[in-house]
Design a protein around this ligand. Structure first.
Ligand code: ATP
Length: 231
């Protein structure tokens, strides 16, 4: 490990980077971010809604301006939570590797931790330049039972396993650049945006699955209604 990386980590501002489609943002997103903030001692968590995907994906994603507006409403009032429209401002598809490079350029004094659920992490081998991602930020992977992950290295894409070793005495994975992957146990909340969109489309309640402000926004903007075929 590079001693400069360790030295920087000790003094740097710790910032969590939480990307998602957030269509819509829901209480499981918020609660996981809050528990990660607490467990990792993060000064700030940046929620980063993904840009509109190119056409011809499996479903039509709600336009970014609505998703960003809902995330803004959801995090309003939390002093450590903020929204970054960085991916929505960039042209074309958003790739996490580009986002991390841009954030490192904008926030040179920060120690970035990419926050991600285990389900999303299992797909990381399909992400653009994923092996570079591991060197650009720490990762915190949350699951409902981190303690039961007996061999977390086995979750890594095969090609990247050699880049990591176990940090002694912990389940953390240490990257050769000095960054690390931690596994966090968080409260299990079985909420998904897909389910929320389906409920909305059927005219059913989404109360207590999303913040009240987001529920009002969905209603007022007419999102996820059958007639719009938004989902
Ligand atoms: P969709 O149902 O549309 O696929 P989603 O609810 O899974 O959406 P995303 O925006 O795709 O939400 O997720 C962003 C991040 O939040 C991912 O890292 C994912 O693992 C995490 N996440 C989503 N739902 C949960 C949940 N219920 N508990 C823990 N983490 C979650």
């Amino acid at each position: 490990a590079d001693p400069r990386v360790s030295a920087r980590r000790a003094t740097a501002r710790r910032i969590g980077v939480f990307g998602g489609t957030f269509d819509p943002i829901h209480l499981a997103h918020l609660r996981c971010a809050e528990e990660a903030r607490e467990q990792l001692g993060l000064e700030r968590v940046l929620f980063i809604p993904a840009a509109d995907p190119p056409h011809k994906t499996q479903r039509r994603v709600t336009p970014a301006r609505h998703r960003v507006a809902m995330v803004r409403l959801a995090v309003a009032g939390h002093p450590a939570f903020a929204v970054s429209p960085i991916e929505c401002e960039r042209r074309g598809r958003s790739f996490t590797v580009d986002t991390l490079r841009a954030l490192r350029a904008r926030l040179p004094d920060a120690a970035l931790t990419l926050l991600i659920g285990l389900d999303a992490f299992r797909d990381i081998g399909a992400w653009r330049e994923y092996r570079s991602i591991f060197g650009l930020a720490d990762l915190a992977v949350w699951t409902r039972a981190a303690g039961r992950l007996s061999r977390p290295r086995a979750i890594l894409p095969v090609a990247a396993r050699g880049d990591f070793c176990y940090a002694s005495g912990t389940s953390e994975l240490l990257h050769h650049t000095g960054t690390r992957i931690r596994f966090l146990t968080v409260t299990a909340l079985d909420i998904s945006a897909t389910d929320i969109r389906q409920r909305s489309r059927r005219g059913r309640s989404i109360r207590y699955l999303v913040p009240a402000s987001v529920e009002r926004y969905v209603t007022n903007a007419g999102l996820y209604r059958r007639s719009r075929a938004a989902s």
